[in-house]
Design a binder for this molecule. Structure first.
Ligand code: GDP
Length: 432
């Protein structure tokens, strides 16, 4: 997982840079859900390299005196967890004490650090940023996150540090359990693994820092990516939200299927929607588990109502299994695994081209894309593209005229006929 953390004192412009780096992707996800999304992490892409950007500023809450402490904590965590750290300073204020303090911490780390002088909105200010060389952290990148100038050079440098994604063709599916603290993640892991926890083998090396547990029982055979069991290296508070977010992102990116666990007493909250979106954008399989179902007073309508509320919030991608569990009462624990297996199978399946054309061309003939400006759009051929997640290309004469509602219609039909429950699918219209 390539994670870029933006650190720096308040008001230097971290969020503006964050928004700039991630904006093109944000536009893809329409906000249908009505959930307020305070996103502080988001996927981004530069010259074909995907990464997750984290705005550490978004995680500082509370009064002024906890402020500096919290910022220091985040810098420590960023050093441990991120692949690259962007240290942002403000050219209009110059070096402050807190800047110096952050620089001290960063100098002692071995992670790549980029000093970024922000608010260099015009050429005159270029000289002013020279003072930041005094940090002893190497080159200073001048940017204006308001206008976007300089961010290209910065990104070129940043992505040069990314690990080449190892094409791991490990045969085993990889699942991870994510969710807010106390929803029951460890309880579920324990229920599955129990006292066999000593089979746990931390994968050595610098590229990985999650624990992989090989589960092979009752006909299920997979690797559970577990981050909860890891001990922290530094003495920063374990509960800090920023830390758990970093770990969640890593585990999620590392896995094929994300098991998003909720506490039935709270339902799906904004933070959960953020994780859901991240999983969707990374094209991971998704299973939603509503745990502590034993604590809910219920009649025969409760489950359905609960499900409907969740689907409303995760729209438009609602074709996701939702399972109601009680880990403590051992209710439907194995059902979680069965469902994850099913989602994994959906994510890796290949539909034969002949079958795909037979079904889809029939539907398209009955419901062709609406003609535009008097031009008829003719879809001639469908094929599933090679890849690790389901992708389909529809070849037609005028791909540019096909609008989103029709694309959604096609997606729904694919789901209806071929079952891609729990799996994001990609649809492309191409010229033939
Ligand atoms: P984590 O932080 O997500 O790993 O959550 P834990 O597994 O540590 O669980 C937090 C608390 O919730 C513990 O006290 C568990 O015993 C309790 N818990 C977990 N699952 C259930 C459940 O299904 N029902 C009830 N009533 N309590 C649960």
């Amino acid at each position: 997982a390539n994670i870029v953390a933006i650190v720096g004192r308040p008001n230097v412009g971290k969020s503006t840079l964050f928004n700039r780096l991630t904006e093109s992707r944000k536009a893809i996800v329409d906000d249908f859900s009505g959930v307020t999304r305070d996103r502080h992490y988001e996927t981004a892409e530069w010259i074909g390299k995907k990464f997750t950007v984290i705005d550490t500023g978004g995680f500082v809450h509370g009064s002024d005196d906890v402020f500096e402490e919290a910022i220091r904590d985040q810098v420590y965590i960023a050093i441990e967890e991120a692949s690259v750290v962007i240290f942002m300073v403000d050219v209009t204020t110059g070096i402050t004490d807190l800047d110096d303090e952050i620089a001290d911490i960063l100098r002692r780390s071995s992670k790549p650090v980029y000093v970024v002088a922000n608010k260099v909105d015009h050429a005159k200010l270029h000289h002013d940023s020279a003072e930041f060389y005094a940090f002893g952290l190497g080159e200073v990148f001048n940017i204006s996150s308001a206008t976007g100038s300089g961010t290209g050079e910065l990104l070129d440098a940043v992505v040069s540090h990314f690990e080449e994604e190892q094409e791991e063709d490990e045969a085993l599916p990889k699942y991870t359990i994510v969710g807010r603290p106390n929803v029951g993640k460890s309880s579920l892991t324990n229920a599955l693994i129990g006292k066999d926890r000593n089979i746990v083998t931390p994968m050595a090396g610098t590229t990985r820092d999650s624990i992989r547990i090989h589960y092979n029982q009752y006909g299920h055979n997979f690797l559970l990516i577990d981050t909860a069991g890891l001990r922290r290296k530094s003495k920063v508070n374990e509960d800090i939200e920023f830390y758990s977010v970093m770990r969640t992102i890593k585990a999620l990116e590392d896995s094929d299927v994300t098991i998003l666990m909720l506490d039935a007493q709270d339902g799906l909250e904004a933070q959960d929607v953020n994780i859901f979106n991240l999983a969707e954008k990374n094209r991971k399989g998704i299973v939603i588990v509503v745990n502590k179902w034993d604590l809910i007073e219920k009649d025969n309508k409760t489950m359905k109502a609960f499900e409907d509320r969740i689907r409303e919030k995760i729209a438009p991608f609602t074709d996701v299994p939702i399972i109601f569990t009680s880990v403590t009462e051992k209710q439907r624990v194995l059902k979680v695994l069965e469902t994850a297996d099913k989602v994994y199978a959906n994510r890796t399946k290949k539909i034969p081209t002949s079958k795909l054309n037979e079904v889809m061309l029939n539907i398209i003939e009955s419901y062709p894309p609406p003609s535009l400006k008097g031009k008829y759009i003719k879809i001639k051929y469908v094929t599933q593209l090679p890849g690790r997640t389901p992708m389909f290309a529809f070849f037609c004469n005028l791909p540019q005229y096909i609008k989103d509602p029709y694309k959604r219609f096609i997606e729904n039909k694919l789901r209806e006929h071929f079952d891609f429950t729990g799996v994001p699918i990609q649809i492309y219209f191409r010229q033939k």
